[in-house]
Design a protein around this ligand. Structure first.
Ligand code: MRU
Length: 351
């Protein structure tokens, strides 16, 4: 992996394949620096996912698909006709990078399905074509999600979003921010409130940056400011993305989402989850089965390199929570909208 500047990145360049290499926009340093890192091997891509150079469920899936293509190239160079055995270590490394966003496992499963059909010849071109397809399909899904989600917003209103479910978190355009983009184009967004999203600050560092690039009115607020804003009566919708949605419509998303959903219900504000079907895990019955990632407490104990708690303080850092389906008004996917999700409605969507 190396720092590289072969193009001027936009938020749509969270993941980009160019000149036979994978480029990731380094989300750890935004918005202070706009830096792109280049990747030529799958182990480094797995590390980039773990370290959150690339983050957000769909973007992780797209990066992993390209990672598998890189793994295929390396495996064939090293082992020739025995490449299928040689690729296994990298597939496991990619799958072990983060536990909660199911798009990672979905993408690897899809690449594995292709691998099963290939012979002993060089697999790189076929794997790369599939990774491009994963990427393109995610972009197209987000456009459709944007249209369908925006249609649910019937009058101009203010919107709260949490974390970053934008172009940076996907193959492009965004899920929750795709809805915001489409609704804004239709004149239905008076203002977006971006929760800062402690402790990693996806809302402050990424969502605010991304929306400002598009001249969409955005105001940053502390996570704990959402309830008092809701009480003022101007917010019509909370719109968020998802990392995994289970067969009953429970939604795992960035820590703090569950609290927002509880508060939205209390204030009569509608709660929309925007996600592609690659985020839906019909293999899990309820959100209680979703593995919730716990990250290093250091992310919580410091901010910008400075301590914000006493040295030695105990801290817990679960980075996702589960919002029960009963608090969700709409799940918006590229295949359609599920209102007030139930197992039957989720099954009808997924076929
Ligand atoms: O830890 P992160 O930044 O990868 O978490 C991302 C989120 O929780 C997003 O809201 C979710 O993946 C939806 S992204 C379209």
């Amino acid at each position: 992996m190396e720092t590289a500047t072969p193009f001027v990145p936009t938020p749509d360049d969270a993941v980009r394949w160019q000149d036979d290499r994978l480029y990731l926009l380094d989300q750890r340093v935004l918005p202070a620096r706009i830096e792109v890192l280049a990747y030529d091997d799958a182990a480094a891509v797995a590390e980039a996912i773990r370290d959150m150079v690339v983050r957000g469920a769909p973007a992780i899936g797209v990066a992993a698909a390209y990672g598998v293509a890189l793994a295929g190239r390396t495996a064939f160079a090293a082992a020739g006709v025995d490449w299928k055995q040689a690729i296994e270590g990298d597939l496991e490394r990619l799958a072990g990078s983060r536990p909660t966003a199911v798009n990672l496992f979905w993408a690897i499963r899809r690449m594995r399905a292709l691998i099963a059909t290939l012979d002993a010849a060089d697999p790189f071109a076929a794997l790369l074509a599939e990774a491009h397809a994963v990427h393109e399909e995610d972009r197209a899904a987000n456009r459709r999600i944007g249209e369908l989600g925006a249609a649910l917003i019937t009058a101009p209103t203010e919107i709260i979003t949490h974390c970053n479910a934008g172009a940076l978190a996907t193959g492009g355009y965004g899920t929750a921010l795709g809805v915001v983009r489409a609704a804004h184009a239709a004149g239905k967004v008076e203002r977006v409130y971006a929760d800062e999203t402690r402790p990693w600050m996806q809302g402050a560092r990424l969502t605010a940056w991304e929306l400002m690039q598009d001249d969409i009115p955005v105001t940053l607020q502390a996570d704990c400011a959402a309830a008092s804003l809701m009480a003022q009566g101007r917010v019509g919708w909370v719109v968020v993305g998802a990392d995994r949605i289970t067969a009953n419509g429970d939604v795992a998303n960035k820590i703090g989402t569950y609290g927002l959903a509880v508060m939205a219900r209390h204030h009569g504000i509608r709660f929309m989850v925007a996600a592609p079907t690659s985020t839906i895990d019909m293999g899990l019955a309820t959100g209680a089965e979703i593995p919730i990632e716990e990250r290093d407490p250091a992310e919580l104990l410091g901010c910008g390199g400075n301590p914000v708690a006493p040295a030695g303080c105990a801290a817990r850092n679960p980075v996702f929570d589960v919002t029960p389906a009963a608090l969700v008004d709409a799940i918006v996917t590229e295949r359609g909208v599920v209102l007030e999700p139930t197992p039957e409605r989720m099954r009808a969507l997924m076929g």
